[in-house]
Every structure is written in structure tokens, then in C-alpha cells.
Write a protein that binds this ligand. Structure first.
Ligand SMILES: [Zn+2]
Ligand SMILES: [Zn+2]
Length: 301
């Protein structure tokens, strides 16, 4: 049995050192608090809304933020994915009620008039992850008005994947929007998004969620296997297994390049969507373009 490096108890995980459950909990929470401090993610007067899915990452984040900060609430989006979302929302509702965290849920169906499954039937040209990337982001931003920070559960693995995805698709503007604080435009309609789990690996977050026993069922979105992200994730995991530390190096080197990437993008003019008024780069935002393409279709005969 490998002992904890801080006490004689049995080690539950080997991260930077070997840790028992209690010492891992302290290590993990300190790492998140240090990340918040290092990147100035949260100020004392901030009102924080956590984009919550009922999964391990956002639930761990919600738990830590509500433990250490005031004015923390949860926001969840129901895309309408049968067999998956109802279970995660049930877990999240129970978790929030047990921890006295206010939770609001918005659905595609109520907000746009259709569920994700219904969009996929009409827009066979779009992948589910692409649609959610646009519509979830849109709802998160419009429904978070009144808050000063949107916190999301993205961990180090997610960020490494996003960097590689945008690099391989040559999406430099999107690349410049990554980092622990996202959004490089100053616009009153844009609420800064923060990623307090930025320095934590997926394995660390999963271990924390298991130790804390949040009562969530660790569901996976049924679409997550088919995505480009899944392909990059597997490649990066393989690379990490053979070359330990490569994900962390990828993130750290990216952070060194980020100020230069951002300064290139700062001069881009920001418009507001002529349909909904949200900040966007073209005349009509991507969310309105998708919504219009669904609602404008004549009923099938
Ligand atoms: Zn210990
Ligand atoms: Zn719009």
C-alpha cells in the first residue's frame, strides 16, 4: 500500500504527490483557489453563475465556489437529449437542493421552440456538438444577465483539446478566445467567462467528485463519442501516456502565446446581431441563423 505523503493513511490518488482522501481534497481545493487568484478570476463583489450540467466537472466547481464565495448560483440548459439530460438534471436538482444553491433551468424547447433532436432532423449538415456549442453558449450568455461572471467546469484536458482542435482547423480567432478568462472584447453585453478548474486534470476532477460523493451518476452525452473532440482527446491521452507532462506543457506554452494572439484580435470590429442584439462578429449571430433555418422551413408534407 502506498501511503499519503502527508500522513500515514492509504493514498487514494497519485497526483503531484500521493494523497489520502482528506489531503487530496485539500490539495485540489487549494489548486482551484490558487488558479482563481493567479488569473484574477473572481473579485469580492462578483455575482457568479455556474454553467451546470450535472456532470462531474461543473458539479465539483459549483461545490467549491459555493463553499468559498458568496453570490453563487447555478444555471442549466436542457437541450432535449432523451436518456441523458433528464438523469443529469435530476442529479443536479438534488445536489443544488441539498446544498442550498439556487438553480435555474432553461430548455431549447421553451426558448427556441425545438429540441436538439428536432434540429438534427432538419439540419443534417450540422453536428450535434456544433449546434450545442452555439445554442448553449447563447442561452448561457443571455440568461446570465445580472451576473458578473459565468463560471464553467472546463478542466485542463478540455482546454488542451480545444487548443489542438482550433490549431488543426486553423481557427485562430477561436484560439485567441481560449484561456482561463474568455472573451477578448469589451462589450457590456458580454459577461466574462471564467474557468477555475483550468489547472486541474480530468483525472483529478473525477477523483475529487468521487471522494466528495456528490450523488451524480457520471453520465456521458450520447453524442460525445462521435465528435472531433473525442478523436483529439484520444490522441492527447495516448501522447500523455507515452510522454508524461505533455498536456501541461501544451497549456503552459499556449498561455505564453495567448497575449500575442489576443492583441491581434483586439482590432476586430464587434457588431450586434440585428435580430437579437447580442454581441457577434457578423450582421446576424450564429444562434439566430440556426433558429431561423429551423423555423423558416415549411412544414413537411
Ligand atoms: Zn493524508
Ligand atoms: Zn442573434
Amino acid at each position: 500500500m502506498m501511503p499519503c505523503s502527508n500522513c500515514s493513511s492509504k493514498a487514494a490518488i497519485v497526483a503531484e504527490k500521493a494523497y489520502c482522501k482528506n489531503h487530496f481534497t485539500a490539495y485540489f481545493e487549494n489548486k482551484v483557489l490558487a488558479t482563481i487568484k493567479k488569473f484574477s478570476l473572481i473579485g469580492s463583489s462578483d455575482k457568479i453563475i455556474v454553467g451546470s450540467s450535472g456532470g462531474k466537472d461543473s458539479t465539483a466547481l459549483l461545490y467549491i465556489l459555493s463553499k468559498y464565495y458568496k453570490n453563487v448560483e447555478a444555471l442549466a440548459i436542457d437541450e432535449g437529449i432523451p436518456g441523458y439530460r433528464p438523469i443529469t438534471l435530476e442529479d443536479l436538482e438534488r445536489f443544488c437542493s441539498n446544498n442550498s444553491i439556487p438553480l435555474r433551468i432553461y430548455s431549447y424547447k421553451n426558448e427556441f421552440g425545438f429540441s436538439l433532436s428536432e434540429v438534427l432532423k432538419v439540419r443534417k449538415d450540422l453536428s450535434p456538438c456544433h449546434i450545442c456549442g452555439i445554442l448553449r453558449r447563447y442561452l448561457l450568455n443571455t440568461k446570465a444577465k445580472g451576473f458578473t461572471r459565468i463560471a464553467t467546469g472546463h478542466n485542463m484536458d478540455d482546454e488542451a483539446q480545444s487548443i489542438m482542435m482550433n490549431l488543426s482547423k486553423a481557427q485562430l480567432p477561436l484560439l485567441s478566445r481560449l484561456g482561463p478568462v474568455t472573451g477578448n472584447v469589451t462589450d457590456t453585453g458580454f459577461i466574462p467567462r471564467i474557468k477555475p478548474l483550468y489547472s486541474c486534470s480530468e483525472k483529478e476532477v473525477a477523483t475529487y467528485a468521487v471522494i466528495k460523493n456528490f450523488g451524480i451518476r457520471f453520465m456521458q452525452c450520447p453524442y460525445s463519442h462521435s465528435s472531433f473532440r473525442a478523436c483529439i482527446r484520444d490522441a492527447l491521452n495516448d501522447y500523455e501516456a507515452k510522454h508524461k507532462g505533455s498536456k501541461l506543457n501544451l497549456i503552459n506554452n499556449f498561455l505564453k502565446l495567448l497575449p500575442r494572439l489576443k492583441s491581434k484580435q483586439l482590432n476586430l470590429k464587434l457588431n450586434h446581431c440585428s435580430s437579437c442584439g447580442e454581441p457577434c462578429s457578423k450582421d446576424v449571430c450564429k444562434a439566430c441563423t440556426i433558429v431561423d433555418s429551423i423555423t423558416a422551413k415549411p412544414a413537411a408534407r
